[in-house]
Design a binder for this molecule. Sequence first.
Ligand code: FDP
Length: 339
Amino acid sequence: MMNAMTLHDFLQNEQQQGHLPDAEFTDLLQSIAESCRQIARAVNRGALTGNMGSLDSENIQGETQKELDVITNTIFLEHNQRSGHFAGMASEEMELPYEIPAEYGNAGKYLLLFDPLDGSSNVNLNAPVGTIFSILSHHGKASPQMADFLQAGDAQVCAGYALYGTSTMLVLTTGFGTHGFTLDEEKQHFVLTHHAMQIPADTQEFAINMSRQKLWDAPVKRYISECLQGAEGPLGKTFNMRWMAAMVAEVHRLLIRGGIFIYPADQELRDKGGKLRLMYEANPMSFLVEQAGGLSTTGDQRMMEVQPGSLHQRVPVIMGARHEVTRLQGYHQPTADAS
Ligand code: FDP
């Protein structure tokens, strides 16, 4: 690619245009990009280094941790705690917020929340996995408390993900569009390849785990049934279906070619609130999707307005093409015609 803009140059430009919260953000995001590059390498070398197995331990979600879950969590923590920009961090893999040791500088203005290895059941299959992150402002002292992290998605100053697929990509937003960068493996830096990504308002593609159909509530059953009726049904168009089993890959598809992604709360998941985590999965992805012209909701409420009650809270997720998300959200209204 001739004259491609590097992530570094892009961030400098954004800084000059006032699209970054402050001058230190270029360095902060370069540090995150570097940790994603290291994770890409760890994931890529997985089988060669014998790191593909499961551990005996469970994370706070009660899920069996894979060796790579723990390794990638450590990479992200260790790399970013040294940047000096963060007051604290929280991860899917740790029950409580992580306290940054004082010697690294723990008086930064930001909090970092992340899922180091999203879709980790894909690891052994050599299928896509990713890292998701969300950055919040922190106005308090060093050693932030749990309550400092519990900010609604609208308070995010930046969100992004890295996708470890056929190529490694970094996709991010600071509230001025959603932009994608591809890792140049030869030069080992990220290059702007997808400027101002857009999700078309209409779509003919949905993504949902169909094996849970009998557990869904009426609004989701109705919507998917209408999609499956195709051109002869009430939606008047034929739908395609995809399921990647990794949220990063699903959202990336929305940003590349559109669609709607749904992970509802169902009969089995209702007590937990849903499957996906609000603070480091649904919120950052919602920020990226909205910045690309899409919508994201729980069905009852715009995702980024949900006031979190706990760090590892789960939520139902409906996100993507504006018209289809609006339609399914409408089916959740008490007045919706159930036909
Ligand atoms: P995983 O548990 O493998 O990390 O984060 C939860 C998640 O993956 C999402 O990335 C993915 O969309 C979903 O779970 C997959 O769910 P299914 O097991 O129902 O396919």
